[in-house]
Ligand binder design. Structure first.
Ligand code: C2E
Ligand code: CA
Ligand code: CA
Ligand code: CA
Length: 274
């Protein structure tokens, strides 16, 4: 039994060692991908429910891998967050999305961009300056940029200080995946924000059961009371869209309106000339 145990320990250690080596390889590959411009940004339309017009585009990163094809963020964002690569990766997405928003601005489209920001990007002190310099350098109207953060950021005082400094610049703040995290109503009172994104898991249940509808109505009311507007994520059916419109949800995003796509694949109807 002793030998068996020792063998197990050795096996475990070898697997751990391989894990560390594999992680280092993955980290090196992701670093190289950033340098080689293999991280591309796709855009998904966000629709104003009342006017049925596209008002924003959410920037969603993908890895255009030379051998493995197009990889979704679930395949590498976790690694980026654990290794600190999320800081340069996030900066790359932010720069790319702002450049696109400026292009739209120049073409006369009234279209903003929404960019996901991980807690790791709000851990140093550099984020507000990074955003400020980017806005000055590009000439992007601050109101055309939205940063999306999840509820976990709300519990981190330093991160919230940085986020509020960014909001002071005129950039809008969205609370992403609302209802899935460590939702605490007490911290919602503490900081202002502009948008609440109702998580797809709620949208999925609309029309199927009354309890989900009740919760979504409540989120819309809560957002309204706090001076924020609402975006429903993952809208896939016309029934869901109608339900949301009738409930007073402001914006909708989902496959019903458009999937995340490279900007050159966007259907012209998605772009509204002002
Ligand atoms: P998220 O911010 O909640 O983004 C929405 C996700 O839902 C996207 O997945 C989008 O493709 C998907 N989605 C949109 N509409 C529908 C729909 O109607 N049905 C279904 N089934 N799915 C829909 P994606 O692109 O795979 O991104 C996953 C997550 O990765 C994002 O969730 C976000 O948390 C993270 N992410 C993506 N890009 C970035 C980035 O640049 N930086 C950071 N930090 N995170 C990112
Ligand atoms: Ca998001
Ligand atoms: Ca989300
Ligand atoms: Ca999500």
């Amino acid at each position: 039994a002793k030998r068996e145990g020792g063998g197990r320990v050795r096996l475990f250690r070898r697997e751990m060692g391989e894990d560390v080596a594999a992680r280092q390889r993955d980290k090196a590959a992701l670093t190289a991908a950033l340098a080689d411009d293999e991280l591309v940004v796709h855009y998904q339309p966000i629709i104003d429910v009342a006017t049925a017009r596209t008002t924003h585009a959410e920037a969603l990163v993908r890895w255009q891998h030379p051998g493995r094809g197009l990889l979704g963020p679930d395949r590498f964002i976790g690694l980026a967050e654990e290794t600190g690569l999320i800081v340069p990766l996030g900066a790359h997405v932010l720069r790319t999305a702002c450049a696109q928003a400026v292009r739209w601005q120049g073409q006369g489209h009234r279209l903003g961009v929404a960019v996901n920001v991980s807690p790791g990007q709000l851990s140093g002190n550099g984020f507000p300056r990074e955003v400020d310099e980017l806005l000055s350098a590009t000439g992007l109207e601050p109101g055309r940029l939205t940063v999306e953060v999840t509820e976990s950021v709300w519990a981190d005082e330093n991160a919230m200080r940085l986020l509020m400094a960014v909001r002071e610049l005129g950039v809008r703040v969205a609370l992403d995946d609302f209802g899935t995290g460590y939702s605490s109503l007490s911290y919602l009172r503490r900081y202002p924000f502009d948008l609440v994104k109702i998580d797809r898991s709620f949208t999925d249940g609309l029309g199927e059961d009354d309890r989900t509808g009740g919760v979504v109505r409540c989120i819309i009311d809560l957002a309204g009371a706090l001076g924020a507007r609402t975006v429903a994520e993952g809208v896939e059916t016309p029934q869901q869209a109608r339900w949301l419109r009738d409930a007073g949800c402001d914006f909708a995003q989902g496959y019903l309106f458009g999937r995340p796509e490279p900007v050159e694949n966007w259907h012209p109807d998605l772009l509204t000339i002002t």
